[in-house]
Design a protein around this ligand. Structure first.
Ligand code: ARG
Ligand code: GLU
Length: 690
C-alpha cells in the first residue's frame, strides 16, 4: 500500500521484481501517467479508465446499487444485464461521481509546524483543522478542484490531496446477475472464484473537458491517460501491480487492539448479522420479486459478515495476538536499552493494555446498539417521532404543534415507503434474543426487566405484542394516530419504551467509549512514530485511508493447508462445473453454456480454455474493488474484486504466504462484452495489445 508520489523509494525493488515501468510512468505531475487513469468510483470503490472516450471499468458489486435503481420488475437490468449499443443508449446515474487525483503533496510541516510541545489533544486538533482549512482554501480557490488534507501514519504526517470530480457518469454495460454475481454469497470471499464481477460506465464532461452535472450536451471525457489492455494473458510469477483506493487497514495495532477485534468486536457483529441475514434471505427465497428490492442490502450485510468470520478464523489460527506480542517484546527490549526511547516510549505498551481493558465493555455495548438495537428499523423511527412529543410537552402554541404533526407525517411517509413490518418484527425478536445470549444481565437495557417479568423471558413474544398494539409499525394506524396525537399515548407505547430503554443504555456507555477510543487513537500516533524510530531499517507503508495507493506482487497460487494447493487461475469450464439450475446463486444463463460448448473463444482463449479469474500476492483491501490490475508494462490484465478467505485477516495481519487478491481475467470481460453482450463495438475504442 505504497504512496504513489513517494514511489521512487520502491522503484528499484519493483524493477528487480520484473517491472518495466519507471516510478514516473506510474505517478507524475509533469506528464500523463497511470494515476490519471485510476479513479475513486462513488464513495468507496475504484475504477480504471480504458479509452480516450472516458470508458470506465469497475466491479459489478460497485455498480450494483445504481443498476438496482435503474431497474424495475419489468425492465430488470440487474437480473438480465444491460448492454448499451451506442452512446445514446447509455443511462445516467444521479448521485454517482468519479474522482481523479490531480496531485499529492507532503504538507506535514505546514500542518504541524508551530505546535507547542505538550499541547492538549483538543488544541492540537484545532490547530490541525485550521491549518488544513487554510491550505485547502488556497489550492481550490478559483478552480474546479477539490482538496483534502489527510493524516497518514496516524497523524504523524499530513498530505494534501488535490482532486477533480466528474458527476455525469453513465451506465454502459452490466452482465446479468448470474454472471456478474455468479456464486453469490456462497462463493464470496473464496477462492476458487467464477464470477465476472465487472460493469462499464462512461464519464462525461462539458465540451471544454471540465466537470459538469448531467446534460445532453456533455461529451465523453478525454482523459490524460487510458490503460492499454493486454490480450497476452498471465503466467504464474508474472509481476502485477494494482492502483486503487483501499479504505481502512490497521497493520500497526498493538496485540491488545487485535485481540479486541478478534475476541469481542467481530464475534458479536457476526452473531447479529447472521440473525439479520436469516430473516432477509427467508423473505427473498419465498418472494423472488423482493430480490431486486433487497439486492444491495443483502450484499452489504452478507459481505462484512463473511469477512469478519474469515478474519476471526485467520487471526486465531495464525496466532496473530501471540505473534504481535512477541514483536512487542523485541520493541520493548530495544526501547528499554535506550534511555531517550525509554523516557518517551517506555510505558506505552502497558498503557495500551489498560486503555483497551477500560474500553472493552463500552465498545461491546456500543457495537451492540449500532449493529443490533438500532438496526431494528422502527427504533430510530420511534426516536424521530419522540421529537413531536417533546414539542407537545414544551409548547401550547397550535402552530408549533401543527408543524410538529406535519413533520411527523412526512417522517412517516418516508419511513413506511420501504417498511416491512413482518421482517422488522422478526428482527426485533432475534436482536432481543441476541442481547439475552450475549450481554451479561447486569449490562442489559431496562426493557429486559419487562421481557422477563411480563413475557416470561420470551423476547419474540414481546416483539409480537409490540407490533400488535403499536401505531408505529403500520401506516394506516400511524396516520390515524398522528392526526389526534397525544404525547401520553406515545409514552405508553411498548416500542417507544423500548427505544428509550435502548438509547439510555447506549448513552450510558457512549462517553466511556468516546473517551477511551480517543485515548487509544492518540497513543496509536505515538506508537506509530515509535515503531518507525525503533525499527528504522524497516520500510513502513502507512495504513490505508481511502487515498490512492500502489501495491505490487506477483501472480501466484498458494498452499492453503497441508497437501492442498490453490491453482492461480480458474476457467469457464469451472463455471459450467458449478452450474446448478436449482440453486439461484449457481444458475448459468443458457447463452453462456452455448458459448462454452461452441468453444469459440477466439483471441480471448488460451490453449482451448477461457480463463476467468486469477490470484496474486498484492496487498489490497476493501475499496480496492474495481482496481485495474496491470502487468510489468502497465497494461491491463485484470480487474481486482476480492480476497481469499484464508487472507481476510490481512487488514490487521497481512501475511504474504496466506493472502491473495482475486481478479477477473480481462480476457473473460472482453469475451463477455464481445460475444455475450454483442457489444464488441466497445473494443474499438480500447487499445488492445495482442
Ligand atoms: N467480497 C468482495 C468485497 O469485499 C465482494 C463483495 C460483493 N459480493 C457479494 N457477494 N456480496 O467487497
Ligand atoms: N470486494 C472488496 C471491495 O468492495 C475488495 C476486496 C477486498 O476487500 O480486498 O472493495
Amino acid at each position: 500500500m505504497w504512496i504513489p508520489f513517494l514511489l521512487q523509494a520502491n522503484e528499484a525493488d519493483m524493477q528487480a521484481n520484473g517491472m518495466k515501468m519507471s516510478a514516473e510512468d506510474i505517478y507524475s505531475v509533469n506528464q500523463s501517467s497511470l494515476k490519471d487513469a485510476v479513479v475513486l468510483f462513488g464513495g468507496g470503490c475504484t475504477g480504471g479508465i480504458l479509452s480516450q472516450e472516458g470508458l470506465l471499468l469497475t466491479n459489478h458489486h460497485c455498480g450494483l446499487s445504481y443498476v438496482q435503481n435503474l431497474s424495475t420488475q419489468e425492465q430488470n437490468y440487474l437480473e438480465n444485464g444491460f448492454w448499451a449499443m451506442s452512446k445514446e443508449e447509455e443511462l445516467p446515474n444521479p448521485g454517482l461521481g468519479v474522482t481523479f487525483l490531480v496531485r499529492i503533496e507532503d504538507v506535514t510541516d505546514q500542518v504541524l509546524g508551530g505546535l507547542e510541545v505538550g499541547i492538549s489533544e483538543e488544541l492540537r486538533d484545532a490547530h490541525i483543522r485550521d491549518r488544513s482549512q487554510e491550505i485547502r482554501t488556497k489550492v481550490t480557490e478559483g478552480t474546479s478542484y477539490g482538496a483534502r488534507v489527510v493524516p497518514f501514519y496516524y497523524g504523524n504526517e499530513y498530505y494534501l490531496i488535490v482532486t477533480q470530480t466528474y458527476s455525469d457518469v453513465r451506465l454502459v454495460a452490466a452482465p446479468p446477475r448470474a454472471i456478474g454475481k455468479f456464486g453469490g454469497e456462497a462463493d464470496n470471499w473464496l477462492w476458487p472464484r467464477h464470477n465476472a464481477d465487472f460493469m462499464m460506465f462512461r464519464v462525461y464532461a462539458a465540451a471544454d473537458g471540465s466537470p459538469a452535472s448531467y446534460s445532453e450536451n456533455n461529451v465523453p471525457l478525454k482523459p490524460k491517460h487510458s490503460i492499454p489492455i493486454s490480450l497476452k494473458g498471465v503466467q504464474e510469477n508474472d509481476f502485477t501491480m494494482i492502483m486503487g483506493y483501499p479504505g481502512t487497514t490497521m497493520e500497526y495495532l498493538p496485540a491488545a487492539g487485535v485481540e479486541l477485534v478478534q475476541e469481542l468486536r467481530d464475534p458479536v457483529r457476526v452473531n447479529l448479522r447472521a440473525k439479520r441475514l436469516r430473516i432477509l434471505e427467508q423473505v427473498m427465497d419465498a418472494e423472488p420479486d423482493m430480490r431486486l428490492t433487497y439486492a444491495k442490502k443483502e450484499a452489504g450485510i452478507a459481505n462484512a459478515y463473511k469477512k469478519w468470520r474469515g478474519r476471526v478464523m485467520g487471526l486465531r489460527k495464525n496466532n496473530a495476538v501471540v505473534v504481535k506480542a512477541d514483536e512487542e517484546k523485541i520493541f520493548q527490549q530495544k526501547v528499554d536499552a535506550n534511555p531517550e526511547w525509554k523516557e518517551k516510549y517506555g510505558d506505552l505498551l502497558l498503557t495500551f493494555d489498560s486503555l483497551y481493558q477500560e474500553l472493552a465493555v463500552a465498545q461491546f455495548m456500543v457495537d451492540y446498539f449500532n449493529e443490533g438495537g438500532n438496526i431494528i428499523e422502527v427504533i430510530p423511527f420511534a426516536a424521530k417521532i419522540s421529537n413531536t412529543a417533546q414539542i407537545f410537552s414544551e409548547s401550547d402554541n397550535p402552530d408549533e404543534r401543527m408543524a410538529a404533526i406535519d413533520n411527523a407525517k412526512s417522517q412517516g411517509n418516508r419511513f413506511f415507503r420501504s417498511y416491512r413490518a413482518d421482517m422488522d418484527q422478526a428482527l426485533m425478536g432475534a436482536v432481543l434474543e441476541g442481547y439475552m445470549e450475549d450481554v451479561p444481565l447486569e449490562l442489559q437495557p431496562s426493557i429486559f426487566e419487562v421481557i422477563h417479568n411480563q413475557f416470561g423471558g420470551n423476547a419474540q413474544a414481546f416483539a409480537n405484542y409490540a407490533f400488535q398494539v403499536s401505531p408505529l409499525v403500520n401506516q394506516d394506524r400511524f396516520d390515524e394516530w398522528i392526526e389526534s396525537f397525544e404525547a401520553d399515548s406515545l409514552y405508553k407505547d411498548p416500542i417507544f419504551y423500548m427505544m428509550v430503554s435502548l438509547n439510555q443504555n447506549y448513552y450510558e456507555y457512549l462517553p466511556t467509549y468516546q473517551q477511551y477510543t480517543a485515548a487509544v487513537d492518540s497513543l496509536q500516533r505515538i506508537y506509530m512514530q515509535a515503531q518507525r524510530e525503533v525499527f528504522a531499517d524497516k520500510q513502513f507503508y502507512p495504513d490505508a485511508n481511502l487515498t490512492m495507493r500502489v501495491t505490487y506482487g506477483k501472480v501466484e497460487g498458494m498452499e492453503v493447508r497441508n497437501a492442498v494447493q490453490y491453482n492461480y487461475y480458474t476457467t469457464l469450464g469451472g463455471v459450467i462445473a458449478k452450474h446448478d439450475p436449482k440453486d439461484y446463486e449457481f444458475e448459468v444463463p443458457d447463452r453462456l453454456i452455448e458459448l462454452y460448448e461452441a468453444g469459440d473463444f477466439g483471441r480471448y482463449g488460451e490453449d482451448g480454455e477461457l480463463h476467468v479469474a486469477f490470484i496474486a500476492s498484492n496487498h489490497t483491501s476493501g475499496g480496492n474493488s474495481g482496481s485495474p490490475v496491470v502487468n510489468a508494462e502497465g497494461h491491463l490484465i485484470g480487474l481486482n474484486f476480492d480476497r481469499n478467505w484464508e487472507g481476510t485477516m490481512s487488514d490487521y495481519f497481512y501475511d504474504p504466504n496466506l493472502c491473495r487478491n482475486i481478479s477477473v481475467d480481462i480476457r473473460y470481460i472482453l469475451f463477455l462484452v464481445d460475444k455475450y453482450g454483442n457489444a464488441g463495438y466497445l473494443l474499438d475504442e480500447m487499445e488492445l495489445m495482442e
